[in-house]
Structure formats: structure tokens, C-alpha cells
Design a protein around this ligand. Structure first.
Ligand code: BGC
Ligand code: BGC
Length: 772
């Protein structure tokens, strides 16, 4: 162990010694000072020497401002330098750089970069904790002490960061073992290698393959990188184990073949590696393959909770899997099996119910549909139970993530809640063979779930989960400001694959160092890699790594849309129906449609549709409420539409037999949707309508209950349609009585937002729903 650590450090020093002090635009600058300064003056000299920052901008950089901070009250401890380049790339419009010299605590660096500059934390990828005494996190610069010599590397802009990697990270990673055939000194993949035998059991194939892998290759398998941060050659160079599309992560050509080309491209990169281990590609197909233009979009889970139909869930899982497989994707980050406790949570719509039994049976049926009984079937998709555990039970106001209020917050420690409500869905999904489990951003008491003993003790040991555990997006980074601590803690806590949004190399190097130091055992690494490899063998990825393009016609097919239509009809909950206004009878000769959701497929689909947050606007192949009603209305019934309810021109003076108002929440995802008031929005049309409606139906197109108490008297009927997806035809089915209303509320519907999280006097209780 020790010897290998020395080799790693040595490669750093060598890099430092052979590089020049010259700074050119677009180049990385590395420098070393062999006699490490001890006193603060020397540190300041080092700052001058290395960065040229005391008054003079580094040559070729359009730097206009910089700051030198002392790390603490004691000037002897270190110097922290930040500077920025206005107008350079970056989310905030500036490229912020920082460097630490001497003993600057990571917490200080973290605080200062945030305090001085307004930028998003993820502008910075942690590069800290790279070696003993490492002092800095920052995308653009790294300063670290290696065996008494300071190595300072400064880079700005993506090109310089790349160069920085080339100069420091990659040689260091190379010290961890081969990836390319030229360097192979481990047994490779000869033709009769056992791991290549499709007839051998997955566990044996995994053991055989593991015995051929270098540490570096193992680190690669544990890395899941967002596709925007890597290209196929990067997949090959780092031999990463997985690639994902985050919310909205579509290729430029957002078609089945565009996706298949992209995913197959990454796969081709992976197959050129020494051992040819295929990647697993993942996506959030949480209500159908939502990032794919033209896919069938199903109701979000809350609607499916209202439908409570296991057979339907299996068929939705199946249809989703086939549309995914058509694009070469075999791994879905679904279902959410949170038990939703507080509807103010922005992810309420991703949950089935506040009733653990509903969550359990629907989650299990969905996974059965996704995975089939045979994962090796190329049309099966590996499911992910998420987010382990307590994500739906956090306390309002406990979140510390950006301006989130409850998402990613703290679940109060409560053993009874855990055992009675939260564990049953996981136990059922584990028993059903769910392939992966994603860890929750939330905390259980004081402990971030990404660092929690519950992963090993509860999930793996007690529930017997044999698949692999994946982190959430950058989730491990939230454990500690020191990246090394975060990596070590989370991997030891039982996370097998790390979802890295931006920088696989920093993760691999940091984990590699931790292994070399003995902070993470090789047994733990082997256990993680074995779990990942077994899943890949079971899925048949070694035999069929590429997309099955013959499935493309299934995307958005009539057959799949019919399943979604059925789901829309079954999920609609009839909350009020005065004097039988529904179903719409033949006596209705004129219908006036109003409201923001009446003709807006983007709104009716909600979050996680084409983009992460979702948005208003058209969706390929979808049917809006207006279109569905126009199609279904009997001949002789006129259908009018006015989004705002203003009746001008031909519509002036209209008095419709029936008004249907469709109002929705504007799409959102995750903590962006945390909402304290749950006010019904978009009801401006009320003032415009005057007495244009003989009778009226309100259709709520929302991700959760909203407060309708003040309005309900004014409407003859009220329907909760949820964010139901692409097929408004299913809604027309129940409105016109072609199908009965059978949906039941999966959560309590509060009278007032003050009566949350657990309504004492709900307007409608869970389980409520009229037959119609
Ligand atoms: C990505 C999402 C991800 C989110 C995390 C977004 O930019 O598209 O997939 O969940 O960031 O904050
Ligand atoms: C979400 C996960 C999702 C991941 C990848 C995260 O922000 O919490 O549910 O699977 O992003 O998009």
C-alpha cells in the first residue's frame, strides 16, 4: 500500500519539476518551490512567484481583479487567493479561480469562494483532498503539498482545466494500473476467458473479471458520469462504468435513432478498453421516457396512486422499458418509493401515496414490468428504488440546499416510522429483485443518507439487497466540505457507484488515494465492483451491448398511448359532482374551455418532461385537453376555447351550456417545487367569465392537491386529473362517461395549507373519490 502511495506522489512531483513557469493564454501553469516556504512572507512570495497576482495580471489573461485573503486570524497559517475574469464562461458570467497556499482549511476555502462571489457551487468541482495536506477545492486551480514541495497548478476555462488534468491527474491515475492494452500487465480478455462465457453464472463471471482488473479499472466501474461531461474517448480513457442523461439530457438529435447513436457511441468507447467492459446507461424515465421527444408520457406517480391498479403498473413499466430499450438505455432511475408525508414537498407527484401499502404494491408491480423476470431480455430495463430512505418524510424548513425548503431536508429519527412505513416498499422491491437502489439526498437525523449506516446495516444486511447502490447526483459531495472525507465516508457507508455530474477524474483519483492509504479497503472496492458487474452480466450487456433499433416504432406507439390513456382515465378523481353535471350528457350543446392547462401538453405532463423542470408548450404526439374534447364532443356540440376566459369577437355574449376550466400548477421538479401555500394559481379567468357559463366543471391539472376551499362552492363539479401526461383522451373518456370515474385520492386533500403536514380536518380524506 505504502509503496504505491509513494508512486502516486512521485508522479505529482515529477510533473511539477518538468513543467515551466511561463504562463500563456490557454496553457496550464504548474510550478514548484522545492524549499517549501514556512513563514507567511515566504507564502506571499510564493503567491507572487507563482501567480504573479500582486498587481499584475497573469500574461494573456483578461484578469481585472483579484483578492488575497488570509486564511485565519493567525497570518502564519496560510493564504487564500481568489480572482475572477469578468465575461469569461460560467453560469454566473465570471470564471472564478481560487488557490490556497499553506495550511488553508477547506472549510475556509469553501466559505470564501461562496461569500466573495455569487456563483453556483457546481461551477466548482472539488479537486481538494488530493494528497495529505491538500488544501483546496476549486474547478480552476489546485494547490497541494507533496512531500515538502508545493505544487501549484492554475487553470482557467475548460481548455485549461483539461490541460490541468493532462498534467497532473492522468499521470497520477496511471500509477494505479493499466487501462489500455499497451500497458497491460494483468491478465486481459483472452478469447477463452471465463467472464466472456454467457453460459457461466453471473457471479462467477464477475469474480473472474474482477481478478483481471487493476485498481484504476475498478475505480472506473464505480464512476457514473453525466453525458454532458464526457465523450466516448473519455469513457475509454477512464474506463468509466456508467453514463447517464440528467433531466433534459437529450442528444442534439432528440429522436430514437439520435439517442441510440449517442448511447452506442459511448458504448463503443467502453468496448475499446483493455477488458471491454460495457457501460450501463441510465436515465430518469419516471413517467415514460420523458426526455425523448415523441415518447409516450404517462401520468406521474401520484395519479397512478389514485388509479391503484397493479396490472396497469406492470404494463406501464413494460411500455416504458421498451421505449427506453429502443434508444439503447437499459437502466431507469425509477420508481420513487417514498411515502409522501407532506404535500408541500416538490417531489410529491413522484410518489404514489402517503399509504405505504399502495406505494409497496405499485412500486413492485412497476419494477416487475420494467425488469421482466429475465433481465437478460434485451427489452428489459434495470429498475432503481429511490431515494433510500426517508426522502418523503423530511421536515418543512430543514433543507440546506439552495433555496429549497423541504426537499433534501432532514427526516427526524423515528424507528417506528422507519419500520412501519418506509421499509416495506424497499423490502418488497428487494424481494422482487430490483437491480439498484439510489440513496437519498436527505438526512436521517444528523447524518446525510449518503453517509448513513442504514445503507450497509438495513438495506444490504437486513433487507438482503444484492444489487448495487448508486449515489444521487453529486450526493456524496454534500457530506463534508472536504472531498476526500466525502468520498471515503460514502464508499465505506456502502455506496457502490457514484453519480458524478461533472468530473470523473477527481472522484477516481480521490478514491484511489483513499484506497492506497487504506482508508477504503480493497475488499470494499471489490464488493462494489462485483455488484455492478453482476448486474451487467445479468442484463446480458456483454453479449448485447448496443441498442435494439428494431424497437424504434414502439416509441409513442398507438399501443403505448392506449395504456397511458387508460391510466389517465383511471387516475382522475371525481371530488364533487352536483346534480349529475358529469358525465357530460347529450343536452350539452356548447362547451367553453378556459384556463392555462386547457390547451397545453407541457403543463399537463408536469416536471421531468423533455427538460428537468418541464415547461409549458407543445409535446410531440401529445393530445391537449382541448383537442381531446373537440374530438370526443358529439356532433352538433360546439366547443369554444378561450385560455383567459375573455370572450371577444365571435365569442362575445356566449353563454355556454357547460364551462370546463382546466387549471394547473406550472411544471417544476425537486426542491424548486417546494411550496408553503399551495395556492390555486391561474384563476384569472374567473373574473372574465361573468355569467358565460350555465354550469361548470373545474379540472385540476396539478402535481398534488392545491387549496380550492374558497372556490369549490362556485363549481358544479371538481376533478383532480393530476399531471397526467400526453393523453388527454383519457380525461375525455371519463368526462363524457365512456369510462367511469374510479380514482381515489392517494393523499389527504387539505382544506388549508395551515393544516399541514398531517391535515386534521381535510377537505377530502385519502381514499375519497366519487363514482361517476
Ligand atoms: C439535472 C438533473 C439533476 C439536477 C440536480 C439538473 O441540472 O438535469 O438531472 O437532477 O440538476 O440538481
Ligand atoms: C434526483 C434523482 C435523479 C438524478 C439524476 C437527482 O437530482 O434527485 O432523482 O435520478 O438527479 O437525474
Amino acid at each position: 500500500m505504502r509503496a504505491a502511495a509513494g508512486a502516486l506522489a512521485l508522479s505529482l512531483v515529477l510533473v511539477a519539476c518538468t513543467s515551466s513557469d511561463k504562463v500563456d493564454a490557454g496553457e496550464t501553469r504548474t510550478s514548484t518551490n522545492a524549499t517549501a516556504p514556512q513563514a507567511n512572507e515566504s507564502l506571499m512570495e510564493l503567491v507572487d512567484h507563482v501567480t504573479g497576482l500582486t498587481g499584475v495580471a497573469p500574461a494573456g489573461w483578461s484578469q481585472t481583479e483579484y483578492g488575497v485573503h488570509r486564511a485565519s486570524a493567525d497570518p502564519g497559517e496560510g493564504v487564500f487567493v481568489t480572482w475572477f475574469l469578468p465575461g469569461a464562461t460560467g453560469d454566473s458570467g465570471v470564471r472564478v479561480m481560487s488557490a490556497a497556499f499553506g495550511d488553508v482549511p477547506l472549510t475556509y476555502a469553501a466559505e470564501h469562494r461562496g461569500a466573495v462571489f455569487d456563483f453556483k457551487v457546481y461551477d466548482f468541482v472539488s479537486l481538494g483532498g488530493l494528497a495529505d495536506g491538500a488544501t483546496l477545492t476549486g474547478q480552476a486551480a489546485v494547490a497541494t503539498e507533496v512531500e515538502g514541495a508545493y505544487v501549484v497548478a492554475i487553470a482557467a476555462g475548460p481548455d485549461r482545466v483539461e490541460a490541468l488534468r493532462g498534467a497532473i491527474f492522468e499521470p497520477a491515475l496511471d500509477a494505479l494500473g493499466p487501462t489500455g492494452s499497451a500497458e497491460a500487465n494483468l491478465p486481459g480478455s483472452s478469447e477463452n476467458a471465463m467472464f466472456l462465457d454467457p453460459g457461466a453464472p453471473a457471479a462467477q463471471r464477475a469474480a473472474d473479471l474482477l481478478s483481471r482488473m487493476s485498481l484504476r479499472e475498478k475505480l472506473g466501474q464505480m464512476t457514473l458520469i453525466e453525458k454532458g461531461s464526457i465523450d466516448p474517448s473519455g469513457v475509454a480513457a477512464y474506463a468509466v462504468g456508467g453514463v447517464l442523461s440528467g433531466g433534459g439530457g437529450a442528444p442534439a438529435d432528440n429522436s430514437p435513432s439520435g439517442w441510440a447513436d449517442m448511447v452506442d457511441g459511448y458504448q463503443s468507447g467502453a468496448l475499446t478498453t483493455r477488458l471491454g467492459i460495457p457501460i450501463i446507461y441510465g436515465v430518469d424515465a419516471v413517467h415514460g421516457h420523458g426526455n425523448l421527444d415523441g415518447a409516450t408520457i404517462f401520468p406521474h406517480n401520484i395519479g397512478l396512486g389514485a388509479a391503484d391498479d397493479e396490472d396497469l403498473m406492470r404494463r406501464i413499466g413494460r411500455a416504458t422499458a421498451v421505449e427506453m430499450a429502443a434508444t439503447g438505455i437499459r437502466w431507469n432511475y425509477a420508481p420513487v418509493v417514498a411515502v409522501s408525508e407532506d404535500i408541500r414537498w416538490g417531489r410529491t407527484y413522484e410518489t404514489y401515496s402517503s399509504d405505504p401499502q399502495i406505494v409497496t404494491r405499485l412500486g413492485r408491480a412497476y419494477v416487475e414490468g420494467l425488469q421482466l423476470s429475465e433481465l437478460a431480455d434485451p427489452r428489459s430495463v434495470l429498475g432503481t428504488a429511490k431515494h433510500f430512505i426517508g426522502d418523503g418524510s423530511t421536515t418543512w424548513g430543514s433543507s440546506t440546499t439552495s433555496d429549497y425548503m423541504i426537499d433534501q431536508g432532514v427526516t427526524p429519527v423515528d424507528e417506528a416510522l422507519l419500520r412501519d412505513a418506509l421499509v416495506p416498499p424497499y423490502q418488497a422491491l428487494v424481494d422482487a429483485g430490483v437491480g439498484s437502489v439510489m440513496v437519498s439526498y436527505s438526512s436521517w437525523g444528523d447524518t446525510k443518507m449518503h453517509a448513513s449506516p442504514l445503507i450497509n446495516d438495513l438495506l444490504k444486511d437486513e433487507l438482503g439487497f444484492g444489487g448495487f447502490v448508486v449515489s444521487d447526483w453529486g450526493g456524496i459531495d454534500q457530506i463534508d466540505p472536504d472531498y476526500t472525507t466525502s468520498v471515503t465516508t460514502s464508499v465505506n457507508a456502502g455506496i457502490d457507484m457514484n453519480m458524478v455530474p461533472y468530473d470523473p477524474v477527481a472522484f477516481m483519483w480521490t478514491l484511489g488515494n483513499a484506497v492506497e492509504r487504506g482508508d477504503v479497503s480493497m475488499d470494499r472496492v471489490d464488493d462494489a465492483v462485483r455488484r455492478i458487474l453482476i448486474a451487467k452480466f445479468e442484463m446480458g450487456l456483454f453479449e448485447q451491448p448496443f441498442a435494439d433499433r428494431s424497437l424504434a416504432p414502439a416509441v409513442g406507439s398507438d399501443e403505448h398511448r392506449a395504456i397511458s390513456r387508460e391510466a389517465v382515465a383511471k387516475s382522475a378523481v371525481l371530488l364533487k359532482n352536483e346534480s349529475g353535471v358529469l358525465p357530460i350528457g347529450d343536452d350539452v350543446k356548447s362547451i367553453l374551455l378556459v384556463g392555462d392547462a386547457a390547451h397545453d401538453p407541457g403543463v399537463q405532463a408536469g416536471g421531468w418532461t423533455v427538460s428537468w423542470q418541464g415547461s409549458s408548450g407543445p409535446l410531440t404526439g401529445a393530445t391537449s385537453i382541448r383537442e381531446a374534447i373537440e374530438q370526443r364532443a358529439p356532433e352538433g356540440t360546439r366547443v369554444f376555447y378561450s385560455r383567459t376566459g375573455r370572450l371577444r369577437g365571435d365569442l362575445e355574449g356566449l353563454r355556454a351550456d357547460l364551462c370546463i376550466a382546466a387549471v394547473g400548477e406550472k411544471p417544476y421538479a425537486e426542491g424548486v417545487g417546494d411550496d408553503e401555500d399551495l395556492e390555486l394559481e391561474g384563476v384569472g379567468f374567473l373574473a372574465n367569465l361573468g355569467d358565460s357559463c350555465e354550469r361548470s366543471v373545474m379540472v385540476l391539472v396539478t402535481g398534488r392537491p392545491v387549496i380550492v376551499t374558497d372556490y369549490i362552492e362556485d363549481w358544479d363539479a371538481l376533478v383532480a386529473a393530476w399531471w397526467f401526461g400526453s393523453e388527454a383522451t383519457g380525461l375525455a373518456d371519463v368526462l363524457f362517461g365512456d369510462r367511469p370515474f374510479t380514482g381515489r385520492l392517494p393523499v389527504d386533500w387539505p382544506r388549508s395549507a395551515d393544516d399541514l403536514p398531517h391535515p386534521t380536518d381535510p377537505l377530502f380524506p385519502r381514499g375519497f373519490g366519487l363514482d361517476g
